[in-house]
Design a protein around this ligand. Sequence first.
Ligand code: KE4
Length: 434
Amino acid sequence: MSAAQLLHDERSESKGWFRRAVEVMPGGVNSPVRAFKAVGGTPPFVASATGPYLTTVDGDDLIDLIASWGALILGHAHPAVVTAVEEAARRGTSFGLPTSQEVELAELIVSLVPSIEVVRMVNSGTEATASAVRVARAATAKSGIVKFAGCYHGHADPFLVRAGSGVATLGEPDSPGVPAATVADTRLARFNDLESVERAFAGGDIAAVIVEPVAGNMGVVPPASGFLNGLRELCDRWGAILIFDEVMTGFRVARGGAQERYGVTPDLTCLGKVVAGGTPAAAYGGSEDLMRRVAPDGPVYQAGTLAGNPLAVAAGLACLRHLVEHPELYDELEALGARLESRVSAALEEHGVAGCVQRVGAMFTVFFGPDLVRSWDEAATVDRDRFARFFHAAYRRGVLLAPSPFESLFLMEAHTAVIDEVAETLAAAVGEAR
Ligand code: KE4
């Protein structure tokens, strides 16, 4: 039975589990995108995973390009990570007290990320970005923040805004439960458009600009030449804090993240995903001056019961140490990405399908429709139905894509062994989706 039939088959194990899940969980999932609303069908329930493969409860083996939304860069169940977590668990799962391992992880992060002199571990990317904004507001005694339409920084209230009707830059709440007052200080700008940022600054009282230095949450949109430098200059001119949200790009687009790849140093950096090797942990950090304001050094309060959790720290240390010991991995990931970009771009051409592949290193998106995406305005024009056909065509052939046109696909070291199969599968899926 083809996997796609299972996605719609009432008799599949996944369907059975999904029926139970929706009874007791919102949408049957613990994070909305997993419900497959954008592509239709029943989400596959995962039984296990290894290397590039997921195995579903229906016994389907799928080559996984979601990679836990970028958290995995080595592969599923990497032996070094599994062993580290097993050994940590035997020493106890949580203490709520300092451990030597979290110091080692902090030292490693400081050594790898150019902007970070002092770092605090937290439990999610959302906590990292919300905490970084709090530090920036404390340091500048200002309230305004600038974010970019199409960029996602987690679900903390100040970030849940959409372009306000009429007023170009004032955000309106993008979710019930977010008071207008909470987003009144959030200005929306357009990615890759420095003039829109200048307009936001002209409104005054800006504490920080927060940006995905390579946008991944509208699909992959690289920074235009000079854009990140321009943000750096504007923040310096206006006395604002530049926050790079590198939850997705950190340790992915380069070992030192986008700030290393593009040579632009923010004041604060948010990390997640790869930093914890696929376990629940994240971090934020920056200069001594800024980070010494965080409690208990300073008055900016932020805390977390499970922050620096020994299991997550063990996984993060194992993953980052592998990246340090294998610097050649970034060239390998670049080659894997180039291989897919080339093959899928050729397939779009061969089949006369309008669209483009946009990629930075080991993160990429296939956009159907626009031939170039520089901001949300263009990303929003994608052909969502054609993407859904592309998704299911790939799935039927055993390759699992992110179930949304506005997500990045991610490559892992483990994809090396299957890259030709993935390339040909995606090319065939383009043809079927035309
Ligand atoms: P979390 O709170 O989900 O750990 O991180 C939020 C976050 C912050 N910043 C960036 C750049 C991010 O990409 C994310 C989370 N990414 C999404 C994928 N687009 C997570 C997937 C999900 O929401 O289930």
